[in-house]
Design a protein around this ligand. Sequence first.
Ligand SMILES: NC(=O)c1ccc[n+]([C@@H]2O[C@H](COP(=O)([O-])OP(=O)(O)OC[C@H]3O[C@@H](n4cnc5c(N)ncnc54)[C@H](OP(=O)(O)O)[C@@H]3O)[C@@H](O)[C@H]2O)c1
Length: 226
Amino acid sequence: MPTVVITGANRGIGLEFTRQFAADGWSVHASCRTPDSAEELNAVEGDVTVYQADITSESDLAAFAGAVSGPVDLLIANAGVMGPKGEGQEFGSLDFEGWDETFRVNTMGPLRTAEAFLPAVEKAKGKIVAITSKMGSIGDSSSGRIIYRSTKCGLNMAMNMVAAACAPKGIAVATLHPGWVRTDMGGPNGLIDTTESVSGLRQVIDGLEPQETAPFLDYAGKTIPW
Ligand SMILES: NC(=O)c1ccc[n+]([C@@H]2O[C@H](COP(=O)([O-])OP(=O)(O)OC[C@H]3O[C@@H](n4cnc5c(N)ncnc54)[C@H](OP(=O)(O)O)[C@@H]3O)[C@@H](O)[C@H]2O)c1
């Protein structure tokens, strides 16, 4: 069966990816920061192996990638944070330390993850997807959150460059928006649940092909402008 690597798998969208791929018989390598307390993740049935990895840590990611033996068909760089709360995200009162940390998680984290797993994905001529946000689209500026938006916008640009580097290796790369999802991050007013989001994202992932420009798609397959 195919192999998938998922970061931030202990809750929310990452946990649902883990459940759905495991239910379909995939070999799932799921990481989180604290496996000992990841009760829901540890309870997922199927071929699931749980690893410790903070995506801001190069050594954690090296150990994670080293422990996953064999080709990886799909890497899902899912882990992310909203960043500083409230006014810390707004112009005039920006929390620059919080921005620094958010950038390390949301922008550099998926890139570190992709670099760590590149040899394994290349072996499978697999796929690399980053879970980004529509809030990283330059045209989508309806509400504030400078920090979250800019880190996802930076992720989109970086993944677009990764697509160009990976297309000649036969690797498909994409930036995917999961919708507004009811998770800890999305809150209770989100428009869809994790089941709908992840089912849609999996269909979108199925259709990905290597190409020089990374598609920026939502969970329904709709293109989002950069
Ligand atoms: N929910 C939405 O409406 C929505 C919309 C657009 C985009 N997204 C994106 O979708 C992805 C998943 O979000 P979600 O809604 O599932 O959020 P969530 O429920 O808050 O889960 C976030 C996950 O990321 C992990 N994480 C955070 N910092 C990490 C780090 N430094 N190293 C490793 N793991 C880390 C968390 O682990 P801990 O439990 O250890 O904190 C958790 O597993 C994120 O990239 C988010 O930006 C979500």
